[in-house]
Ligand binder design. Sequence first.
Ligand code: ADP
Ligand code: MG
Length: 152
Amino acid sequence: MNASEREQRRWRLVSTSAAETEAFGARLAERMEPGDVVVVRGDLGAGKTTLVRGACRALGVEEPVTSPTFTIGQRYRGAGVTVSHLDLYRLPGLELEDPALLDDYLTADAIAFVEWPAAAAGQLGGRVYEVRMRHGGGDRRVIELDSAPSHA
Ligand code: ADP
Ligand code: MG
């Protein structure tokens, strides 16, 4: 295994319940620092928001965590940290939009979680972690995490 292959090593977990996925999100959150971005990929119902909810709880967010419907994102106040939660599902491409659209969310003081990140490709700076989720039948969800962040 050469250095770049080692860099791209993936961790894989099969979650069998929403609670287990939340717990995974919580463990992930504990490794994050302000300014970090976690992109969460996967189909509808794969459990992206569930994972982000677990992360938010671990970071001290007490308000409800649901996918933003009428805005592209939310900023939550955690315990000593801000958590941004973006869902760009409805955003066709940021080049069509205000280039500053993400600025309110991707701030140096916030840990940001981004569902459906494709529209923000190339606009996510700092340490960017990559989580992929897919259905595994029933309540099973396959979760993969790249062990190293990409540096944009
Ligand atoms: P997404 O944000 O990817 O569209 P959600 O997290 O909003 O997905 O929804 C996932 C749904 O699947 C929730 O209703 C959740 O309770 C359910 N679910 C069942 N098993 C799991 C699991 N292992 N992990 C996450 N969610 C699960
Ligand atoms: Mg969602």
